[in-house]
Write a protein that binds this ligand. Structure first.
Ligand code: SF4
Ligand code: SF4
Length: 275
């Protein structure tokens, strides 16, 4: 099978490859050390995008968090490709990951030419808009991946910036310390100002404002992947979490992306909305 066929069979809407050295300007010394600990002679990074939009469904969870946890889905799907490549290149190593590796995934995707670089900090892949999960395969093998020119930047229409309730999108891109998506996931004490933001926020996990405002997301294509389009949890209410121990919570919701912080932040966010 060709790489094109492998990525298509894995459910990727787009994929590309980039020589690892082209990512060096985006890597801190610490990140580079982590990459080299995994793969001593990194040569190629393959990047793939997996669509997750499941329609305009009401709910209080961010659209990305309603299906099965994308970390495990994307790695599982990338592993089908890695298993094939390991047979062809038995001497080489292949490391799949999603949102948990030291690699700069969005820059890798952009340099691979698979989507526009959005001012929101997200990759835009028509017709899926920004509703795609990115995954990477890091390898010591010098694969014959197509070297495309980097995709252009988005038109910088400013809609995402205007829609951001926290002023987290500046000229230099998103500021994670101000982003409500990060705030909904934060454990521990919040300041009064942070609590006020959460009281006024319609979601108890994540924040889709900048994505919903983007013209590329006006009519996004639906995901064909069952993990992101069936068995969805659109909303959580206090009753869903009532009396659950941490263990019971993990048993009930452990396969969801909103579960990684345990029930604490979700309970707090629900309580703030009732105040
Ligand atoms: S996710 Fe929400 S808070 Fe974060 S940058 Fe986008 S609109 Fe702003
Ligand atoms: S809303 Fe406009 S500026 Fe923001 S990412 Fe989309 S196209 Fe770019």
């Amino acid at each position: 099978m060709t790489l094109d066929e492998l990525f298509a069979a894995a459910g990727a809407a787009a994929w590309g490859g980039v020589a690892f050295r082209r990512l060096l300007p985006f890597l801190s010394t610490e990140a580079l050390e982590k990459v080299e600990a995994l793969c001593p002679r990194p040569r190629t990074v393959l990047t793939a995008a997996f669509p997750y939009y499941a329609g305009a469904r009401p709910g209080n969870l961010s659209l990305y968090a309603r299906g099965e946890d994308y970390h495990r889905v994307v790695v599982r799907r990338l592993n089908t490709i890695c298993d094939h490549l390991r047979q062809i290149y038995p001497e080489e190593s292949f490391f799949p990951s999603a949102d948990s590796s030291p690699l700069p995934e969005r820059e890798a995707a952009w340099l691979s030419g698979i989507g526009l670089r959005g001012a929101s900090g997200l990759l835009i892949l028509p017709p899926h808009g920004t509703y795609v999960f990115l995954g990477t395969i890091l390898t010591c093998a010098a694969l014959e991946a197509p070297e495309r020119p980097p995709a252009p930047d988005c038109p910088r229409c400013g809609a995402c910036r205007a829609a951001c309730p926290a002023g987290a999108l500046g000229e230099g891109g998103p500021d994670p310390s101000r982003c409500l998506s990060e705030l909904t996931q934060r454990k521990g004490e919040l300041t009064e100002a942070e609590e006020a933001f959460l009281r006024a926020h319609p979601l108890i996990w994540g924040c889709d404002f900048c994505q919903r405002a983007c013209p590329y997301n006006a009519a996004p294509a639906r995901s064909p992947l069952p993990e992101f389009s069936t068995d969805l949890v659109d909303s959580l209410e206090s009753a869903d979490l009532e009396g659950l121990t941490n263990r019971a919570f993990r048993e009930k919701y452990g396969n969801r992306a909103f579960a990684w912080r345990g029930p604490g932040p979700l309970r707090r966010n629900l309580a703030l909305r009732r105040e």
